[in-house]
Design a binder for this molecule. Sequence first.
Ligand SMILES: [Zn+2]
Length: 500
Amino acid sequence: MIRPLIVIALLAAAPALAAPPVLDTPVKDDYWQAARAALGARLRAVNRPRRAKNVILMIGDGMGIATITAARIYDGQHPAEGPPRPGEENSLAFEALPNVALVKTYNSNAQVPDSAGTASAINTGVKTRIGTINFGQAQDAAACKTPEALPTTLAEIAKRRGMGVGVVTTTRITHATPAAVFAHVPNRNWEGADRAFPAADRASGCRDIARQLVEFAPASTGGLDVALGGGRARFLPVARGGSRDDGQDLVAAWQARFPAGRYVDGAAGFAALDPRAPGPVLGLFNNDHLTFEVDRDPAAEPALADMARFAVAKLAASAAGRRNGYYLMIEGGRIDHAHHASNASRALSETQQFSRAVAAVLATINLDETLLLVTADHSHTMTISGYPERGNDILGFIRNAAAGEGGGPVSPEGFALDDQGRPMTTLTYANGPRSSPPLSPTLPPNDRNRLQDKTYGTQTESHGGEDVAAFAAGPRSNLVTGVVEQNLLFHIMAEALGWR
Ligand SMILES: [Zn+2]
């Protein structure tokens, strides 16, 4: 018989006698150590509660996988503080979220989609046609006369259940992605009462998107608790500097519907707002889209991260939000616009701002009660190619790695040359404008106004049709996994809120 004390002594001695760990390797460099730490974090991950009180959907418009990778490198090379890094090892804020899925973005009638159809899929659970917002794929303008037959949106259900609802964007708030939160329209261009919404179409009984924002949700449930973005001209009559030809002043109409509401149209007014004050907030900071971040005047327009932070605080403090939770959609909307111009510099800096907005949101929410879903509506045609060396300026010419498949001629400066003897940039597009002043293809590659090279010359660069990513944390985020249809995202948000 072995006495217990001896057993303990034997056990204590055992590790010295045992074989080395299976994973022992002579090379345990920084990458190896970081990967082990990342594994440990996954093993320690705890399951969140199944029920979300709040849902925050954040959409990087046009933020495809290549955009995420390039922006991750750009962000590392242009950090908010500290010295620039090579960048490839960097992570954007939403890349830290534990659950990821690939999302199929096609519209019901389009292989390569647009924001109207994709945002409709996310907001209603119904896939629909390109250019259409929250209409069924077989419904047309005639359905405006029977609005009860149109797909129900997450925001409409949320309002019925007494929740708070908010929209934040850097585009016109009447643009496709934000409009999909609060509007139903068979043509995404019907943003206001102007030339884009001809008289014959107005006779269909459909209402323009700006008007639908002001009239959103029945009086019994109240309107949007917070709406921040651009697009002021769509709300004001021509006589007041707007673009409406029907004489309506929708800002005045909104103020009349919500006497306790606060309307602001500049950064100073926005900064003075108290998120705990009662009443809804409408902020329209530009007649058109908000300005790209690199061109933004902080005295005129708030940053996306500041608007996001305010909206979360506002909804969390509102009576509806405190009692029944909230649904908030936040869009980094101009990644898409910079890509359409094939101006990679601004597309990446807009993605960096979007990441900072995600960081601002993550810093204020409790993931035990809030589902955070970060995704893109669709991709673009930008690719990352060549064999640039580690840490090469992501906006620069390709400087080849010393060894590898690069091969080919090299300029005296060390840049890889194409078959015409021209240096090539790492980022190129499949299509887009050949010239578009003040953007130019002859500027240095890392100039903010550089127009990127492309295969086909077209008036505007197009969307891309490959899958996008969805990142998620919080209740039910474990359902965000695998390769999924885009409209599943609606059903996951609904499930997290306990809606069946
Ligand atoms: Zn677009």
